[in-house]
Design a protein around this ligand. Structure first.
Ligand code: FES
Length: 127
């Protein structure tokens, strides 16, 4: 199909419904109380606080945060209520939960003297 010279094409305008916030809750991020909304992801809470680096890689110490946002890349690992290596983009917050962006003690214990991460049973994130 040939497009006539000077033709004006308009994109259709799609209106999204307004965001409906659920109940406001308090969580802690690295020990600091933070307001959040029930049902939103840990990643949303961290990003709303301006936190872009959720963890550092075991080998090179490079910062990692949101990359895919859909649970595939495992770059957004955090510790929530003592459970290490949860994907922040898929984990919903709950009132009173404690989010840690630093590497957990367990993760550090899994790091060999050469700085390489050593996976353990059931820890898919470390593979
Ligand atoms: S951002 Fe990729 S798994 Fe969470």
């Amino acid at each position: 199909m040939r497009i006539p010279r000077g033709a004006v094409y308009r994109r259709s305008v799609v209106s999204l419904p307004p965001v409906e916030r659920r109940d406001q809750i308090t969580v802690s991020v690295d020990g600091q109380p933070v307001l959040a909304y029930a049902g939103e992801s840990v990643a949303a809470v961290l990003l709303a606080q301006g936190i872009r680096t959720f963890r550092h890689t075991a080998k090179m110490g490079e910062g990692r945060g949101i990359y895919c946002g859909i649970g595939i890349c495992y770059d957004c690992l955090v510790t929530v209520d003592g459970v290490a290596n949860l994907r922040a983009c898929l984990t919903p917050v709950a009132a009173g939960c404690a989010i840690e962006t630093r590497p957990s003690a367990g993760w550090q214990a899994l790091t060999g003297s050469d700085g390489m991460a050593m996976p353990v049973d059931g820890d898919q994130a470390a593979l």
